[in-house]
Design a protein around this ligand. Sequence first.
Ligand code: ZN
Ligand code: ZN
Ligand code: ZN
Ligand code: ZN
Length: 237
Amino acid sequence: MCACSGVAQQTKFITFSGKGECRVCGAKYTARGMAPHMKKHMAKAFGDPDRFIIRIDQGPQGPFWMYVQVSTEATFGVLDRFLRAVWMECCGHLSEFTVGGKSAGKRKRLSAVLSGGAGFAYQYDMGDTTALRLTVMGRSARLIDLGGLVRNDAYFPPPMVVGEGKVRIVALHEKVRYNCEKCGKAASYVCPQCIYDGTGACCEVCAPSHGCGDDMLLAAAQSPRVGTCGFEGGSLG
Ligand SMILES: [Zn+2]
Ligand SMILES: [Zn+2]
Ligand SMILES: [Zn+2]
Ligand SMILES: [Zn+2]
């Protein structure tokens, strides 16, 4: 069963709904279902189409995904800083965008390289690489000012502003729950070794008795980089 079915995914290690929330109106969809939904907002948006709406995910299966609105005149460097802040940064590794098989320099403007429907790729850390897939949904006028309309629920952070407000999250996956390997309660830590076998989530109580030692445990982060290198979480948790 895959995440696109929208049925809650449950393994011993992780539980996630497969859905996420639109920050413009609060509607809930799967990552895939969010695409036509965003297109409706984009069609209704009024003004200059000076933004790209971009879906960012790990491929079709992963629990972590978002849609962002970014100025078409922003550079790849701005997008890089955003991704580092929300999902990636552990210790200042190199990163790279690839468009059509070619590396896109950080000083290049998105509008010089991207167009609607284009897919591109991002890699952070050329050793323990975390790879992301980015898909341009199209150009859009600015979607409704998010500040006033976003529901202030537990997970959504305030609108993410990076590079003079050039990047904003307009849809985000629901929070992923890690299940403690021993007691099944919500885990705060993951083991960077055991995670490769789909185990090793630990709650506060059970962490000290984890077989690999509790000094190597990392934060059970809301990010595709969870359990990698020294990653302790980004601005989304
Ligand atoms: Zn919506
Ligand atoms: Zn690192
Ligand atoms: Zn436990
Ligand atoms: Zn372990």
